[in-house]
Ligand binder design. Structure first.
Ligand SMILES: [Zn+2]
Length: 145
């Protein structure tokens, strides 16, 4: 499903991070969902250690049928941050903000890593799955930054 990328930050897992299994709805509050397939996602150490047992009904679920990166987020190519998309409605911007906060998507190390990856990626014809943060890279090249 995620091609060895974290379901939340889209960073590659297995090289720079252990692969963990994230319970979208935490086991502590939703024990009946602990072994439900659609509550479990491949996840990197950093996302999991930020989220821990937090949950918010506005948190974005990456396999939701209506979910698309560009619906909720834009990449700020100057700062390395992900931001709620100004093109989205208020609800979508709120959900993006909650997701950024709970998974720590704009921690300084992440912004730095994203900028480094954007600089490394120069050829849009290469295989996107070989890179971290594929969705923000697609955003960069499709929007002509
Ligand atoms: Zn992650």
């Amino acid at each position: 499903m995620t091609m060895a990328h974290c379901a939340f930050c889209d960073g590659a897992i297995g090289v720079e991070s252990r692969e963990t299994v994230e319970h979208f709805r935490p086991k502590s509050a939703f024990p009946d969902l602990a072994y439900e397939w659609n509550n479990r996602f491949p996840c990197c150490d950093m996302c999991q250690s930020n989220k821990r047992e937090m949950f918010d009904p506005d948190l974005l679920k990456p396999d939701a049928p209506e979910y698309a990166f560009s619906t909720y987020f834009v990449a700020n190519f100057r700062t390395g941050e992900l931001e709620p998309s100004p093109r989205s409605d208020e609800k979508a911007r709120l959900q993006a903000g909650v997701t950024i906060r709970i998974y720590g998507l704009n921690l300084p190390a992440r912004k730095k890593a994203r900028k480094r990856e954007w600089e490394r990626f120069v050829d849009p014809k290469t295989c996107l799955d070989d890179y971290n943060y594929r969705f923000s890279l697609a955003d960069k090249f499709c929007n002509g930054e």
